[in-house]
Design a protein around this ligand. Structure first.
Ligand SMILES: [Zn+2]
Length: 203
């Protein structure tokens, strides 16, 4: 824990005094973030860092590969769906951003099933990407397919978001907007999904 305690002390000495008023307001009034970001758990793709976000600005759901599962009615442990429902229904977020990233290990495991061997739960979770895996099957090289699947996994999660009735209702009345993006680990660049379904680099 030494590294984390040292980091905490740096926070108390630096960012805490700067953000103190904001934290006090957030504590008194509760959170009301405009943005829900759904991203990968990968330690290199932190939404708060990438978007220079202050406390209270982003409600974040992170899981392997940043996947939104489809809407389901069974009584399973739907952690991602529960957080999504809370953010949309209770917090009233105005935007949902699905954020993929380069060199995603979850995406690699979807392409090469052996990578999930010996890791309980992972194979079943990654299997949610099957439709995107099928759509990118014809991509020629391994590296190109990896990137293609990182992008198409974002598109698939956006499609799955629309299967949640509380999302679909808010989209219909213009109370919510969906966005896709992908972060490049090596170059630190962000590309966003345009209206035509293509990823375009942010200048
Ligand atoms: Zn990842």
């Amino acid at each position: 824990m030494d590294r984390l305690i040292a980091g905490y002390r740096a926070f108390r000495a630096g960012r805490w005094p700067q953000e103190r008023a904001r934290y006090a307001e957030l504590a008194a009034q509760g959170q009301s973030p405009d943005y829900l970001v759904i991203s990968c758990s990968d330690s290199r793709a932190d939404p708060a860092t990438i978007f220079s976000a202050a406390p209270g600005e982003l409600f974040v759901i992170r899981n392997v590969a940043g996947i939104v599962p489809p809407f389901e009615r069974d009584a399973g442990y739907h952690g991602t769906s529960a957080a999504l429902a809370f953010a949309v229904i209770r917090l009233g977020v105005k935007h949902i951003v699905v954020l993929g990233h380069a060199q995603c290990g979850g995406i690699a495991a979807a392409i090469d099933g052996n990578l999930a061997d010996g890791v309980p739960f992972l194979g079943n979770w990654i299997a949610l990407l099957a439709p995107a895996l099928a759509r990118t099957a014809s991509v020629a090289t391994s590296a190109e397919r990896h990137v293609a699947l990182e992008r198409d996994a974002v598109r698939l999660s956006l499609e799955n978001l629309r299967t949640f009735p509380f999302v679909a209702q808010r989209l219909e009345r213009g109370a919510l907007a969906l966005h896709g993006a992908r972060f490049g680990i090596a170059d630190g660049r962000l590309e966003t999904l345009d209206a035509a379904g293509n990823f375009v680099m942010v200048e």
